[in-house]
Each structure stands twice: as structure tokens, then as C-alpha cells.
Design a protein around this ligand. Structure first.
Ligand code: DGJ
Length: 707
């Protein structure tokens, strides 16, 4: 079993196949972190459990690697828990009060209980380990066992200590709308590096995962400490390097403008923050996270259907006859799901009106949605629909009826973003409204899929219906209510699949992925830009949920022209969708698209559920290449993309990964014709790539001769 408690030494040891995590109680009762990294004999570290004074300015240095920093006394590191008691005292004195180890199926959990020495406050620190993963899920939970309210000013999920490296490099994702998931590296020095969202949702500007290495790790090798947080609201991840060279990465719900009032008898649980260690470089990290998401986070293991979405084709002009025409073309190409996007409801002829009025527009659908759904089903596809339930246009029946349903401060005008305001979904009647209209929509129509969008940030966070002392709970309540709506809808409609979308990839994290079958990484559908976005996405999230559409050329966003094959290959590296205006596609293009879709269906399990190896990146080469291999290492597919050839240059041979060295593999898809090479040759000598010019691409299939 992974968890061992050495009672005689007051030492806690978590040991998985490739990782040890060790901490213990020192003589002052501080939970001192000792080791996170390669497996070690935990007991050997007991002698390091010692309080460490440097001077009166650094009286308890070990608090820089405390398992959870309880703010009080001489602790100055980023607090894990900071509270205000009813009498105004803001100082914690948490004492260890026991532990338990529980087994739930293939999960083992260590729970440590800490109690304040004076006030009725109990904190439980959870460490959960799933068999077969070098990962630990951690979160903290606070319970008010006293008689007065306790205000939680900051409650983070976990702090991950990484110590004794000569140099700490942090890798993370940055971005903005249409440019999400761009990878960034920063060398840490004394002080803090914070990545965060303060906009109410996960956000496109940063994403809640991190990786730390010594600076030399690459895709294939190197020690990496990493983590990903499951929260879809305001969050922060703070990497803090102390003057003693200790680095601790703390993360959880953001304390910015945030408070949670814990009444007597109440408990608040922070969201899970999963942390892992690998010696397998960034590729090893990603494959571990991908498998963890598939096996432990996502609501289903089903393969994603090839879908068509009409947004880029028709925008708000969603008319039944056009949609039917698009559906017929899509079906011809082998599409499996037809999705009508924004514009099907209320007076939604542009983004200026109608949001909130979830009744089918009678001009666009004179016979209701049924006419389109029946045709889509007759064509052999299932039907999906777009909604944005958290938002409202001021120009809507809903807003005219309930102007008080939006977040607002009574003395301030609300900022309209994309001409919309946000609903205060924590008001019971608003939550009920959303549940009711979604229930009506999904029970009155044969709908298999919902794309749930959210196109603005939270501003003027006035929480109508809540007293002044609870106003700062808005950021947490919004997410809690959203999760409870999704939980309820998934229970009521177990066969309906959901996509998380927020103007592109602004709400993708391990929290929402517990409810969403798939995710929309970006509104940028340019095949070249997308490859960079998709690469960054794949660092933390499985390609199995990464929806990628093939759209028109020139691209609507940037005017770039790209061959259809390049656009398809780019989208085939994730879950394939089509988003172009098929009415404009020639018969030859439809035929070519059908062939790509048929090829995709063959490789879909590899891409969506296989092991992903990033072979080459546009970050340092004109060539981007990515490979997917099945667990048995008998089947593989490689996508290679050339941005721009220069000076008649030839590309170096592409070395593959993850194959069995002695096996002979048949290679298809090379312009030079079929080849048969051994795994060792493919991995160490590589295959030549005859990509030429601009935006050239290849899909190379590699199959073992022996099963
Ligand atoms: C933003 C989404 O990301 C797009 O795909 C589309 O659904 C629009 N919203 C519709 O308003």
C-alpha cells in the first residue's frame, strides 16, 4: 500500500512506483516536508525533522516547507490557511490531533487532523493516492467546531515543497483570447511567481497547472515536479523561493476579494490539487496527466464523435433550411454529430439581444427544432446544441423581467462585455431558472450533446440576496453553483454529453473536466496557430478531450490560407470536428474531407486514448511533429507539419518514440511509398521527411507486423 505511517518517528511516507513523498512532525509540532522525488527509504529522513532557527528574523525556517502554512506565529511563507475569528483574532495555533488511513477501492487516503489550541477550528489535510499513478491528490478542509463564525480569508488546497535544486525553472501556460495555452518558462529566484485568474473563471490568460524542473528537462527525460488544480473560478498558484533556497508551490482558490464565512458546525473543503513527479521529462509528465484524466477525472471513457458545428458557417443566422443543407453535406463526409451553435433562440440575431430567452426562435425554426433534429437523425447523426446559461443580454425578456438577477452593485452601472451581463446563479430562483430551461430543452428534444459557453468575465461582483458580510463569497459561490447545476443535469440526463467552452479555452481545468466530456481550447481555428495552442494544451490535458475543427481557408480570424490536408491533419491531432461553411466547399473538397474523416476514425483510439509523444515543436523548429502509440506498442500514428521551408533546406530525420525496438513496423503515408523498419531504427535513426514549401503536412501510420 502506498501510505505508511511511522508512528514511532511521527513520520508519514507516501510511496508509489516512481515517487516518494515524506513529511513528519517536528519537535514543535510543525508538519515539516522532507522529500518529494525519487523513491527513498522514508525512515532515513527522520533525523531531518528539526526546527531550524537562523536568526530572530528567520526563527522557524522549516515553516518555509510546512505541509500547510497556518498563518500565525512566526510563519511568513504564503499562507495555506488564514482566518479571522469572531473576536477579531487572526492567528492560528494548529496542533496535530491524529490521522487516519482509509482505503476506498484502489484509492488510499491519509487524513491528518489539526485543531486550534484555543478556538473551535479543525483542519483536515487530505492526501489521496490512486494505485498505478505517481500522483497525490491533496486538499484541505476546515470545520468550525466552535460557536462563533470563522472567516476564511485564504484557504489553499495544498503546498508542494521542492527542495535542494541548484536551479528552479517553472513552466506554465499563458495566453489570451484566440491565443490560449502558450508555454512559458521562467527561472525562479527569491520571491514569488504567481499565475492566477481574478476574472471569475479559469481564464485564457493562465491555466492552473505548473511544472518545475532543474532547467535541463526535455520531452524525454529529466526530473519534473508538477501539479494541476481542479477549480474553475478565481485561482492562484504561487511559486515562492525563500532566501534559504526552498521552493514551495502553493495553490488553490484565490484569496483576492474573497472570503468564506464558516458558521458553527459548517465545513469548507478546498478543491483538489494533484501533484506528481516523474523522471521522464515533459512527455512523461503529460502522459501521466492524460491517463489520470481519462481514468480518474473525466465523466466517461467514450471516444469523441466527429462533429460538425455551424458557428463559423452561419454565425447568428441560424435558419432551418441552411442548417439542413449543412447537415446533409456533413453526413456525406461521415460526420457523426451535428451541432447548432449560438443564434437558435429568442431574438438572437446578433450578440446584442436574446441571451437568456431560451425558447426556439419561431422565424428561424417555424416548425420548432424537431424539423432539424429529425433530419439530422435521419442522416445518421446525433444532434447537439449550444447554450450560455450564465449570461443575459440586457435586451432580453429575461432581463426585462428580472433586472435584479445579474451581479451588480446597486450604485454602479454594470459593465457590458459582448453586450451581456452575468446572472447571479447563486440566487435560488436563478439557479432554478437554468435547471428548468435546460431540463425542458433536453426532455422535449432528442439532444445528445450540449456545448456550454460563457463569454465574459465577472465584473461588479455584487451578490444580490446575500448580506454585506457575505458579499465576497461570490467568486466561490458562482463555481459551486455551476458545479451543482452540471451535477444535476448530468444526473437527469445521463446520456447527454457536455462540452466546456468559454469564448474558447477559458474554462478548462481538472474541476470542470469532472463534468465535461470534451473541451473547446480556442476560438482560433487557424490550423497553424492551433498547433501551438494544442501543444500547450496537451502539456496538461489529454488530446482525447481537445476539440479541433477544420474550418475555411482563408481563415476568418487571420486570413491565412492553408491546404485542406494541413487543416485536417492539424485537427486530427485531437478530437476532430468540422466547422467550415460546407455550402462553399467543392465536391472535390467534400470528397477529400470524407477520406480524412474515414482515416481519422481508424486512428481515433490512438489519438484520443493512446500515449502521446511530442517529437518536435514550432517553439524551436520549423517542424512540428506529434506521435500517438497504443499501450501494446503495435500501432502508432505520426503527424508532421512544416511551417515554412527555408534555403532549400532538408529536415533532419524524425526520431520516433514509444515503439518496441525489435519489432518490424510497416510504415504508410510517406510520399516515397511504403517502408518496413524496425522499432530501433525508427526510434534511433528516424524517418526522413520530405515536407516542402509552406504548410505541408504528413500523416504517417506505423503498424507492427506481428500483433
Ligand atoms: C464563443 C465560442 O467559443 C464559439 O465557438 C461560439 O460558440 C460563440 N461563442 C458563439 O457565441
Amino acid at each position: 500500500m502506498p501510505i505508511t505511517v511511522h508512528d514511532d518517528l511521527q513520520l508519514f511516507e507516501i510511496r508509489t512506483a516512481g515517487m516518494s513523498y515524506v513529511f513528519g512532525l517536528n519537535e514543535k509540532g510543525i508538519l515539516q516536508h522532507l522529500h518529494w522525488g525519487e523513491p527513498v527509504a522514508g525512515r532515513d529522513l527522520a533525523h531531518r525533522l528539526r526546527s531550524w532557527t537562523h536568526s530572530s528574523f528567520d526563527a522557524e525556517v522549516e515553516r518555509e516547507c510546512e505541509e500547510m502554512s497556518f498563518w500565525g506565529g512566526v510563519g511568513y511563507a504564503e499562507p495555506g490557511l488564514k482566518v479571522r475569528f469572531a473576536d477579531g483574532v487572526r492567528d492560528l495555533r494548529m496542533r496535530f490531533d491524529g490521522y487516519l488511513v482509509e482505503t476506498e477501492g484502489d484509492l488510499e487516503r491519509l487524513v491528518l487532523t489539526m485543531r486550534d489550541e484555543h478556538y473551535g477550528l479543525t483542519v483536515r489535510l487530505h492526501y489521496r493516492v490512486a494505485a498505478g499513478f505517481d500522483l497525490i491528490e491533496r486538499w484541505a478542509e476546515a470545520e468550525n467546531t466552535g460557536s462563533g463564525d470563522i472567516v476564511l480569508e485564504q484557504i489553499l488546497s495544498a503546498a508542494w515543497s521542492i527542495s535542494s535544486l541548484p536551479r528552479y525553472r517553472m513552466t506554465h501556460a499563458a495566453g489570451r483570447w484566440a491565443g490560449e495555452y502558450q508555454l512559458r518558462e521562467t527561472v525562479l529566484s527569491e520571491g514569488k511567481k504567481t499565475i492566477e485568474s481574478r476574472r471569475g473563471f479559469t481564464g485564457p490568460h493562465a491555466n492552473p497547472w505548473f511544472a518545475v524542473d532543474e532547467g535541463g528537462a526535455d520531452e524525454d527525460a529529466g526530473r519534473i515536479w508538477f501539479g494541476a488544480l481542479g477549480w474553475s473560478g478565481n485561482w492562484k498558484i504561487v511559486a515562492e523561493q525563500s532566501s534559504f533556497g526552498i521552493v514551495r508551490v502553493s495553490g488553490g482558490i484565490h484569496d483576492f476579494d474573497s472570503e468564506w464565512r464558516l458558521g458553527p458546525g459548517e465545513t469548507f473543503a478546498a478543491p483538489a490539487f494533484v501533484g506528481g513527479f516523474t523522471i521522464g521529462g515533459f512527455g512523461g509528465m503529460s502522459r501521466m496527466l492524460h491517463r489520470y484524466e481519462r481514468e480518474r477525472i473525466l465523466p466517461s471513457k467514450a471516444l469523441r464523435k466527429v462533429l460538425y458545428n455551424s458557428w463559423e458557417a452561419t454565425a447568428f443566422d441560424v435558419r432551418v433550411e441552411d442548417q439542413i443543407e449543412l447537415a446533409r453535406k456533413a453526413a456525406k463526409m461521415g460526420v457523426e454529430r451535428f451541432v447548432v451553435d449560438d443564434g437558435w433562440f429568442g431574438a438572437r440575431d446578433s450578440d446584442r439581444a436574446g441571451l437568456g430567452d431560451w425558447t426556439v426562435n419561431p422565424v428561424k425554426f417555424p416548425h420548432g427544432l424537431g424539423e432539424l433534429i429529425d433530419e439530422v437523425k435521419r442522416l445518421g447523426m446525433d444532434f447537439g446544441i449550444w447554450v450560455e446559461p450564465e449570461s443575459v443580454n440586457p435586451d432580453s425578456e429575461l432581463y426585462r423581467r428580472h433586472p435584479d438577477w445579474v451581479y451588480h452593485f446597486p450604485t454602479r452601472t454594470g459593465s457590458e462585455l459582448r453586450n451581456q451581463l452575468l446572472l447571479n446563479i447563486s440566487k435560488p430562483e436563478v439557479k432554478q431558472y437554468i435547471l428548468d430551461f435546460m431540463t425542458r430543452l433536453l426532455s422535449e428534444h432528442d439532444i445528445a450533446f450540449v456545448k456550454w459557453d460563457m463569454n465574459r468575465t465577472i465584473t461588479e461582483p455584487g451578490l444580490g440576496g446575500f448580506p454585506p458580510e457575505r458579499q465576497k463569497e461570490i467568486w466561490i459561490r458562482h463555481v459551486q453553483t455551476l458545479y451543482s447545476i452540471w451535477t444535476e443535469l448530468r444526473a437527469r440526463f445521463p446520456r447527454v454529453e457536455f462540452e466546456t467552452c468559454a469564448g474558447g479555452g477559458a474554462r478548462i481545468d481538472l474541476g470542470i473536466l469532472r463534468f465535461a466530456d470534451q473541451a473547446w481550447p480556442s476560438d482560433n481555428t487557424d490550423a497553424l496557430d492551433r498547433l501551438r495552442i494544442q501543444e500547450g494544451f496537451s502539456y496538461a490535458y489529454t488530446p482525447g478531450v481537445m476539440m479541433c475543427w477544420v474550418t475555411d481557408s482563408p481563415n476568418g480570424l487571420n486570413g491565412r490560407r492553408a491546404p485542406l490536408s494541413f487543416r485536417f491533419h492539424s485537427a486530427m491531432t485531437g478530437a476532430l470536428g468540422i466547422g467550415g461553411n460546407l455550402k462553399e466547399w467543392t465536391d472535390a473538397e467534400i470528397e477529400e474531407a470524407a477520406a480524412h474523416i474515414a482515416a481519422y476514425k481508424q486512428i481515433r483510439p490512438l489519438v484520443q486514448q493512446g500515449l502521446q509523444y511530442r517529437l518536435s515543436s514550432f517553439r524551436d523548429s520549423p517542424l512540428m511533429a506529434v506521435q500517438y502509440v497504443n499501450e501494446a506498442r503495435t500501432d502508432s500514428v505520426v503527424f508532421a507539419f512544416l511551417h515554412a521551408q527555408q534555403f532549400a533546406g532538408r529536415l533532419p530525420a524524425l526520431r520516433l518514440r514509444g515503439l518496441a525496438a525489435d519489432r518490424l513496423y510497416d510504415i504508410g503515408g510517406l510520399p516515397e511509398g511504403p517502408l518496413a523498419l524496425h522499432g530501433s531504427t525508427l526510434m534511433h535513426a528516424g524517418i526522413p521527411l520530405s515536407l516542402r514549401g509552406d504548410l505541408d503536412s504528413l500523416l504517417i501510420r506505423i503498424r507492427s507486423r506481428e500483433a
